[in-house]
Design a protein around this ligand. Sequence first.
Ligand code: NDP
Length: 296
Amino acid sequence: MDHHSTSKTPVTLLGLGDMGTALARAYLAAGHPLTVWNRTPGKAEALVREGARTADTAAGAVSVATGPVLLCLLDDASVDEVLAGAELNGKDLVNLTTGTPARARERARRSGERGARLLDGGIMAVPPMIGRPETGGYVFYSGDRELFERHREMLEVPAGAMFVGGDPGHAALYDVALLSAMTGMFAGIAHAFALVNEEKDLDRPRFARLLTDWLGAMAGSGLGMAAQLESGDYTEGVVSNLAMMTAGNRTLLDTAADQSVDPRLLTPYMELMRQRVAQGHGDEGLAGTVGLLGTG
Ligand code: NDP
């Protein structure tokens, strides 16, 4: 491929793990000139055959970058390590590595001191969804809005692009909040399978479909919780009150005991529900448990 024959923004990509490789393929497919670097060199070989250029070092890749530099590495520590050795003056950095909001803010500040601009991203997609808009994958972005607007077309190549504010920590915060909710959901799924898994003649695929549909139907309760947190009235529109749910928790725990299942994935949240009822809020929904989690 002739890199000078396209008007598409040149992209530099640091990190060719599962996600980085998917991003690289999306940019090549869209005709962007692409320079890649990976700590372990072999991972770039196939992409070079597909049209990418490769750099020997991360610092070398950054120094010749004329467009945005994307980072998709393992974690915050790897990003800081890679950026430490590079000359960043005048560069536009887009970090797509999952990290903490605090580290994103700190990195944006330090990048600014070194003459670079930073957009922080949180990818809400798995690699097979990259470059396939119909799957609904997207990336949260926050930080430098001008940088986001300038490169928006390029950013939208692998997945949808959603800007969530000028605070560079907000993309990471939204990302981690959604991943945390997902972790709780996985815990619930594990407990549900533990309850039924030893049963004779269990139709696992059928049970899985029922479980998936039920979780989908219940997930919308987050919207009601948001309305209650906005208004401050946690009894607004309640159809399943906390006193009833807390009584029902006894049934959940008794069933776990009968099925010889450890209830430890459920009990921490049940304890919060119980606390809120004990505070005299049995007529509320679940919104009151949010405040009980604050440690500040
Ligand atoms: P992988 O484990 O497949 O790849 C990790 C990448 O980081 C590799 O390129 C690895 O290089 C590099 N790396 C690790 N440590 C260092 C270091 N100290 N210095 C330089 N490079 C380093 O992870 P993914 O590609 O799947 O994920 C990358 C990011 O994308 C993560 O932050 C992840 O949370 C996020 N993400 C991933 C999703 C997924 O489903 N895969 C979904 C959404 C976000 P090497 O090859 O040399 O080991």
